[in-house]
Design a binder for this molecule. Sequence first.
Ligand SMILES: Nc1ncnc2c1ncn2[C@@H]1O[C@H](COP(=O)(O)OP(=O)(O)O)[C@@H](O)[C@H]1O
Ligand SMILES: [Mg+2]
Length: 261
Amino acid sequence: MVLGALCARLASGNTPPATPRSAKALKWRLFKFFGLSLMSDPIISVEHVFKSVTDSTGTLDILRDIDFSVPKGETVAIVGASGSGKSTLLSIVAGLDVPTRGTVRLAGQDLFALSEDDRAAWRAQKLGFVFQSFQLLGNLTALENAMLPLELAGRRDARAQATEMLKRVGLAERLNHYPKVMSGGEQQRVALARAFVVEPAVLLADEPTGSLDFATGERIIELMFELNAERGTTLVLVTHDRGIAAQCHQNIVIEAGRIAS
Ligand SMILES: Nc1ncnc2c1ncn2[C@@H]1O[C@H](COP(=O)(O)OP(=O)(O)O)[C@@H](O)[C@H]1O
Ligand SMILES: [Mg+2]
């Protein structure tokens, strides 16, 4: 009975079928329905990515045939020595840097098939990014920095949401301070609040605890894993911290631009 109703629903679909309904067409619809609901497509898919840069001294191959995927809701640590290509990889996954070759899909969309503007719009919708160097706007207060992505998205609750998130990262007393009077660790927490506040499907963070003392770092990591558990936020973290890497579902080890086997 239930299956019959389901078949009827699937057979009707949203648009009229181009050909008369047949058992074969119905089977195909059933396959697609169950196939799509059972198989979770990766939210991030990095396919044979290469990155080289050329200057007067020659060509440097920064990334060589990087290939991995991340299922929705997973946590991933990218680890490796300094200079191995981790930041370059994260920037490419975010569509902030362009690969020399290869494909990156974010939520099914081939990022580099989009125009730069469309890529920026897709990124704003799906992704939060925490830069190794914070990249706060110096002429905006902590609160204004954290409000910015919400305001760009036209959210009326920007002030309240950003205030709440700054409280969660322990900056309730620093809302109206400018980055230049804040410590590196405080600036890092503003950058995290700015990335968290839009509740992105994917959060990419480049050494998010790099400039924090141990206790603050622990709190920030806890917060990221809370977001992962509460909202299913997919996390991709570049880290040198073995403890953090051990908490993640997947570790990707980069050695001189390649994934170590
Ligand atoms: N735009 C660039 N031009 C030249 N070299 C670069 C550029 N970006 C990164 N590199 C070099 O590529 C290598 C990897 O850099 P990076 O991705 O920042 O490594 P990691 O984050 O693992 O420390 C380094 O040797 C770095 O100097
Ligand atoms: Mg780096």
